[in-house]
Structures are given as C-alpha cells and as structure tokens.
Design a protein around this ligand. Sequence first.
Ligand code: DX5
Ligand code: ZN
Length: 229
Amino acid sequence: MREFLFAPSLLGADPLNISGSIESLGNNFDWLHLDIMDGHFVRNLSFGPDFSRALRKKYPDAFIDAHLMTDNLETVLPLFIESGASSITVHAETEPHLLHATLSTIKNAGIKAGIALCPPTPVTQVATVLDMADLVLVMSVTPGFGGQKFIESSLEKVRELAGIRAAMKHSYVIEIDGGINENNITRVILSGCDVVVMGSAVFREKNPALWLEGLRVKIKEAMRDFDRA
Ligand code: DX5
Ligand code: ZN
C-alpha cells in the first residue's frame, strides 16, 4: 500500500501554547508544517527563523517542513537554511526566474527542496525544475490564512503531478495544503497526495492524537477498498 504522511500545520495550533498543541498530537503525526508569511507575498504574518530554531532544539528528531510564503528570498532563505528546517518550500510565483538557483541553494545546504504552487499557477510553470524538486506543494486554498474552504480543482493538479512523476521518473513527493478535513482527506489521498497538511481540522479537536489515529485507520481501509476495486 502507498504511504501517506500527516503534516499538522502549526498555524492552527494554540499561539499561546504551541508545545502543548504539538504534544496533543501524540505520535500520530509525521511532519510539522511551519508556515512562514511576510505580510507582502501573502496578507498575513506568522513565524520567523527563531521559532524554527526553537522547534528544532525542543524536538530534535522532528521533520520540520518550512513553507515560505515570502518575497525577498535573498534575505529570507539564508535565515531559514540556518534554522534547522528539514525541508524548505518556496513559491513558484516568487522570483520565478531564479527558481532553479533557489532550489540548488536549498539542496546544497543538505535540506529537502520544495516548490509550492498557488491555486491559479499551472504545473507547466515549473516543468523545467520538477526533476530537481524533492517536494511539490499544491496549495488548495489562497495562501495566507487557515480555515478556508478547499478548492476542488486542486485535485486535478495533484493527478497531473502524479502522472508527470510516473512518466518522467521524477522523485518528488506531492503535498497538499489548505482546507483539508475528515470529509475530503480520503479522496485527496486517493487522488495521489503523499503528504497532507492540516491546520484547523486537527487543532480544533479535543483529542488530536486520537482523531489522527482514527483518520489513519479510515484512510487505510479506503485505500484497500480502492485497490481491490
Ligand atoms: C495557508 C497555510 C496552511 C494553513 C492550512 O496559507 O499554508 O498551511 O495552516 O490551514 P487549514 O488546514 O486550516 O486550511
Ligand atoms: Zn502551509
């Protein structure tokens, strides 16, 4: 059976007790998704490199999945390369002419390199860098805020990316971010996603660990049925 990973988004955590929120996940998560917003590329502000560094110190084995929704990568990228992040994903829309060099910089630092696509951005825009990406993140809401409604057409992009990966023998994982909940996660995974980011759906639960555990069982059952059909 194909593997899938849960990446709870700390944007949905309790801002006054983030470590409490992380502990509420138990061992039932795979990555910690960290949204970086600059108030310019998106209309919100969130975490900085010191926060990422503090996470790394407290959770030395965690996979910290940094999602940079920022412009000005010349300044911002080095700060996150030094911050202990396990993967750094930059937006295809930010400095598109420099994307190849940006991904190289991340990879040369020994960090997994990802490309994120906003909902209106087609896959064709990143065709020439897919061979070097470790991860492609499909935004399924307008970046900037948690708690938005899932954009259905994102699944088409996921299927397209899965098709290109198979045809071209690329190795990126496909991540989806925004509006995922218990009602749509199964079809999101069945459409080809490997990593699912969830913010509000996880952290609004009274017992996120139990909820994630149950969700994993439900998805595995659906995958078994799908494989049998
Ligand atoms: C939105 C962020 C997401 C956000 C998802 O710009 O990239 O990671 O936390 O939150 P939900 O799951 O609530 O849509
Ligand atoms: Zn994100």
